[in-house]
Design a protein around this ligand. Structure first.
Ligand code: PGA
Length: 258
């Protein structure tokens, strides 16, 4: 029997949108309809925390998951304004983005990212860990820098949690930028292979083989399928386009057909 193909994962990141729960529900229901028609693709949307409970109710029994965009690094305590892994799980989130470049830009260090990742994994959430270089230099110094960022963002995370880890590679210059700034499928593939190699050197082949490496940064329906066609990139992380129902549905369709 041929080995079963792992489903391609498409993650949407709504960022700090939309403005109301009513709009969030309307967008979610439209995406849900498209997700239910997928056969080879899994859809997950990372939504603002106040919408998680209502949207995860709507997700029940459907082929779409709801995840958070950030999490605090421990459960309980005097941390005004923070949201714990336990809280996220209790309202139905199945996962969380950690270390998105827009949070790193606000000062989140690799050390904080690693604490958050570990706390979420311990809680049984899947973690979509975002990494990526800010810019590229002709000498390739961005590669060892990316390696350092990746390993530092996983400091303290042991092998036994890796089954719930997803890595989203997002070069910062491509996030929220012109679609022309997206990497080419070939470049994304090389980076996914590089990331796999770094993780394999650290944790061993057996534990790393099944970690999905996603590409993110100016993904839209026209470039989506190219990224996943050769297998090194296991899925996509789409920002802007995940809020536009038509565009996100087209991404899902393209990926499912790829
Ligand atoms: P973008 O954002 O698709 O709008 O470039 C990507 C992201 O939020 O990670």
């Amino acid at each position: 029997m041929a080995p079963m193909r792992r489903k391609t994962l498409v993650v949407g990141n709504w960022k700090m949108n939309p403005g109301t729960l009513a709009e969030a529900k309307a967008i979610f229901l439209a995406i849900r309809r498209a997700a239910d028609a997928l056969t080879r693709t899994e859809a997950l949307v990372c939504v603002p925390a106040p919408f998680i409970e209502a949207l995860s109710r709507l997700a029940r029994g459907h082929r779409i998951g709801v995840a958070a965009q950030d999490v605090f690094w421990r459960n309980g305590g005097a941390f005004t304004g923070e949201i714990s892994p336990e809280m996220l799980r209790s309202v139905g989130a199945t996962g969380v983005l950690v270390g998105h470049s827009e949070r790193r830009r606000e000062g989140e260090s690799d050390e904080i990212v690693a604490r958050k990742a570990l706390a979420a994994l311990r809680e049984g959430l899947s973690v979509i860990l975002c990494v990526g270089e800010r810019a590229r230099d002709p000498d390739g110094a961005y590669l060892p820098a990316l390696k350092t960022q990746l390993l530092a963002s996983l400091a303290g995370v042991s092998r036994r949690y890796l089954h719930a880890l997803i890595v989203a590679y997002e070069p910062v210059f491509a996030v929220g930028a012109s679609f022309k700034n997206a990497l080419t499928p070939r470049e994304a593939e090389e980076m996914a292979i590089f990331i796999k190699r770094v993780l394999t050197d650290e944790y061993g082949e057996e534990s790393v083989r099944r970690i999905p490496i996603l590409y993110g940064g100016s993904v839209y329906w026209k470039n989506a399928a190219g990224f996943v066609s050769d297998g090194a990139v296991a899925g996509l992380l789409a920002g802007r386009e995940s809020l536009d129902v038509e565009d996100f549905r087209n991404i899902l369709k393209e990926i499912d057909a790829a």
